[in-house]
Design a protein around this ligand. Sequence first.
Ligand code: G3P
Ligand code: CA
Length: 275
Amino acid sequence: MKKQALVGAGFALALLFSPLQQTFAAQSTGDTKKVDNVAHRGASGYAPENTIAAFDKAVHMKADYIEIDVQQSKDGELVVIHDTKVDRTTEGTGYVKDLTLEQLRSLDAGSWKGEEFTGQKIPTFDEILDRYHGKIGILIELKAPELYPGIEEVVARELKERHLDKPQNEKIIIQSFNFESMKKTNTLLPKVPIGVLTSSKVHTTSEALQEFSTYADYFNPSYGIVTKELVNEVHEAGMKISSWTVRSQETANFLLSMNVDAIITDYPDYVDKRN
Ligand code: G3P
Ligand code: CA
């Protein structure tokens, strides 16, 4: 049984006899269930992805989490960018892993999205932790960790330095498409919730879900493979389910109807009209 499930089992027993029991029951049934609204690469429908402009916009829109993609510079610094190359979102060229922090920070990561964003930079991981922890949840994706041997230890060190390795309210989550990296991260940070990402149905069998549940708290599929049955099976395996990536109101409505626990979206307002 995964770490959160063990803690949860004890909590559930205590809750059964608590006056809070009815309140919690009401929150977890029917219309009152709250879906976590996760701003994908920040509110990236409205501002350049993985920049302070997009993350500030997500805070302003009252999203529950920002999702960030973490990679590593040539000189070992953790940076927040999605592609393994800088070409699409900056005026530079080449792989993130071949550029120093200074070279990466000299790039303009905003103007491709609109001239009003000129001067936005590739953020560092430290900068994001320091600026947003406590203000909004942070869903940390280790992007292509196979390119960065040892990145899990560096991420763990940054979180521990800030005492974010024991998040009381589970507002720090780490996820990746690389399952071995997530197993390792679970060992390094046993109290931080872990997610596995996939867009493959191969990973939705009950055997696969059972295996994931030994180290993960979240099973995070692309919306194209989400069904009500899958949502139930993930819950039965003791995990939560967050799905991605919403870029239309129709997709948001579909995922809301599937009863997923979190929706990862470029447009936080599609998930919650108040945003
Ligand atoms: O958080 C899920 C999503 O970010 C995974 O896909 O390619 O946008 O990192 P990608
Ligand atoms: Ca991502």
